[in-house]
Design a protein around this ligand. Sequence first.
Ligand code: CTP
Length: 223
Amino acid sequence: MTQAKASGAGLRILVSAGPTYEDIDPVRFIGNRSSGKMGFAVAEAAARSGARVVLVAGPVALPTPPGVTRLDVRSAAQMHEAVLGQLPADIYIGAAAVADFTPRQVAGSKIKKREGESGLTLDLVRTPDILAEVAGHAARPRLVVGFAAETDEVERYARDKLARKRLDLIAANRVGVAGSGFESDDNALTVYWTDGQRALGPAPKTVLAGQLLELILERLPAG
Ligand code: CTP
């Protein structure tokens, strides 16, 4: 017998997913290796649970999950505006790999190499921390979930982010090892909260997303 799945009926769940691209000039950008698969799978699981789901997606070539409202963005600044514009929500799941830095200015025309030039220095500025802003917002969702991709000391860095960004849950995974993270279809996560933790997977990202959503609905305070 399969266990009854937690219901998200009546909830509004906001998910961000994918990378962001920070333009340098009309033909170049700074990006990162996020495939968006995990965030899209979480949005799909959320819609299946009966919730109303808005997915703010960075540049990825993934189909929109059934029943999900999708807003496409490119840069961290656009994602910031789109996410904040979708509040209030009951739950925010920040699964996007937001670029931490963006060029101070986008060059209007293609940057050309000059004779004798041995390098190029880019002037980068920090992007807004969307997750921390949502967690500190006047219209703070009842549950704010972040992600942490770490190469080492996973628990220490994840718990540090949980506290520093004032999150309710953080889903952490180890990157840089075979069979997890980035483009892989399989993943394993450990989810941390102030006084607990739960290991999920290894499993295909779609299965893992279902397990993560179950835990999120379980941890949602009554409201
Ligand atoms: N995040 C965000 N806005 C940013 C940067 C990150 O919302 N400008 C969110 C991501 O969506 C993710 C979490 O914050 O949920 C990741 O935290 P972060 O501190 O950015 O992790 P790393 O990029 O791994 O940074 P660090 O170099 O500190 O490990």
